[in-house]
Design a protein around this ligand. Sequence first.
Ligand SMILES: *Cc1c(COP(=O)(O)O)cnc(C)c1O
Length: 461
Amino acid sequence: MAALNKRSLTDLQEMDKSHHLHPFTDHKELHAQRSRVISRAEGVYIFDADGNKILDAMSGLWCVNVGYGQQELVDAATAQMQELPYYNSFFQCSHPPAIELAALLQDLSPPHLNRIFFTGSGSESNDTIVRMVRTYWDLMGQPERHTIISRDNAYHGSTVAAASLGGMQSMHKQSGLPIPGIVHVAQPYWYGSDQSLSPHDFGIAAARTIEDKIKEVGADKVAAFIGEPIQGAGGVIVPPDSYWPEVQRICDEYGILLISDEVITGFGRLGEWFGADHFGTRPDFMPFAKGVTSGYLPLGGVFVSDRVADVLTEKAGEFAHGYTYSGHPVSCAVAMANIKLIQRENLVGRIKNDIGPYLQEKWRALGEHSLIGDTRMVGLMGAFEIVKEKSSLQRFEEDQNAGATLRDHLLQDGVCMRAVGDKIICAPPFVLSHSEVDTMIEATWKALDLTKASLAGSQYG
Ligand SMILES: *Cc1c(COP(=O)(O)O)cnc(C)c1O
């Protein structure tokens, strides 16, 4: 740390350019500019190596839910490292942090989810689920049931199976994905549709694309359906209220396992412990990661329903699957400290009744700006859509980069949000104060005006 800090920023950036391959990065673009080096953080703020203080309205990558600099998480890691820095949970072994965390988690989850399998990340959790789903149906004597239905523009991670479950064209194109046995249906994105249906009817229609796919593939061949309660990386797509009840009906009717990917929505982001609680679904699997440790250490896992866990534990011999770092003791200790902090400070209730509504109201008001076509936010997870003309839903040309322009103006003003095409998304830490919300919203108004001016000045008029 000390040695690193002694290096000049330019040195760091040169080394980064020469030796560091970044995830989800266009390296030609990166090298034409300079990497943004973040060197420390406190509360809801990150500080870059140029000394800029930036309000992190994305909680890192949707994970630093309790904010930066929480000493009790650091203390939990330190104590656990001294006591037992590593041991595995393979071959009949276990250790107190994994045991205690599993028990704590099942207390928070819907009542039929009582068993937890630990992994190191969200991607690994979804890989685990592909294995479990297919093993379950094999053990049920229906080995033909191997197809998993997912959705366009979904994000379920970046390993081969998780990226196949995802519905991102850009990811599929680069590596010959999806793998066999994974198919995709429509996403419940009403604002992005031609809006000829009411949101209610559109939600039902989007859910029925699952039923159509089941009939096309054959009901005896479909194993499971996976969806994020609210699609995150795809641009915070909030489904109409009619959507999830209809999805649940379809899964029940055809006996299909439901997977609720809670990697972003888990642990309070929507003002409930899980997205399944918010939407009233009864999933067989809930993969989680990110917020379980607030990102302080890597950890992921899968909640498994009694229906599935009973079969896996009683009918199978050894389930030949696991990760060296499944249930890593230090990560588990940090997860426990994180969850206890969320409980003690009542952060989930705070999102539901206090800071959530406070931000939501100001976020909705942004919709009065001429550049904004739609705003949406549930709990502390939101987006707005930049449009050229509201009434006709006309967008800016792709090469005008309206979203990126707004994001850059925001960053100039000390607020970090993310652009997904012409959607701007945000998911701030749960500990955000009222005045920090005000700061965030003021900066957004200002950035909107600057973006409007720069887009008007561009050659397209
Ligand atoms: C981030 C994310 C993942 C992948 O998690 P990693 O820890 O990056 O592997 C999976 N599902 C959803 C919904 C996510 O947002």
